[in-house]
Ligand binder design. Sequence first.
Ligand SMILES: [Fe+2]
Length: 336
Amino acid sequence: MRIQLWLGMLLCSLASVALATERVNIYSFRQPFLIEPILAEFSAQTGIETRVIFAQDGLLQRLQREGRLSPADVVLTTDFANLLELKQLGLTQPFQLNNTLTGNIPAHLRDSEQHWLALTKRTRNVYVSRDRSADITDITYEQLVEPRFKGKICTRSGKHPYNLSLIASMIAHHGEVEAEQWLRGLKANLARKPQGNDRAQVRAVYEGLCDIAIGNSYYLGKMLEDENQIAWAESVNILYPNRAERGTHINVSGAAIARHAPNKNAAQALLEFLSSAKAQEIYAQINMEYPVKPGVAPSALIQRWGTFKEDELALEIIAKYHQAALALVDKVRFDL
Ligand SMILES: [Fe+2]
């Protein structure tokens, strides 16, 4: 009887160990077309099964509501703001910083307390009209305030995470006073009130509403692949601001381990896989983003746009100035 009981307990604990190492639950802001092929490769390599909940919104609230009963192990985010928010809300726990992760992800692209890491990068580019501004072959973010660009620039809301991150980097590099002057100057050069998404700015160049647009790198690739948008993409040249000096501003997508992850080991294994050459190549090919892992090449299309230096300002520093950036956008009434 005692032996039976003991055997029963042993089997139970073996079963739970097996369960604990065989599955990882993912909450993903990133879309299925991108994540599913990567997870299929992860399962093929590790034998770990994946379950994903995809959602554009509401995942953070869901994690908060579920609390310690949450099944989530890993959260995948589309941008840096989401990543930060996860940590600020106490929804993350540290991953283990081992040789794999230090080798695959440069220090400026991860949290020094290991609560989040970047998995892909995108540059914040300036697009110029091929018809009207082909003579501009190099630019800096600072130059966007020059009088020659008066009434010529289009951008989305200053409060969008992509722009907030850029403004935060301007504060980090120049201090708040100069960054405010810069933002006022940029506003003064806008062709229209900030509106729409990044692609809409390139479209506005195509339609002749402006000569210069600000937007992330991968959108150019996506527009070139879309028969309804290819004409917009072909109406611009892509520039990498500050490429010759401190480097072009980047923002990132990333991942974190959930605070109450039931399968922490599998979560760690997934983060390591996502930073590996194989996963980094899939991100690069499917979504036309820049790999974070040194030595992994971007897609052939993106390589044709040329090389650039990346601004290696630590994401943690950009994070520190996010609130100040938001306050500046309000102060200069950038969107109004
Ligand atoms: Fe985007």
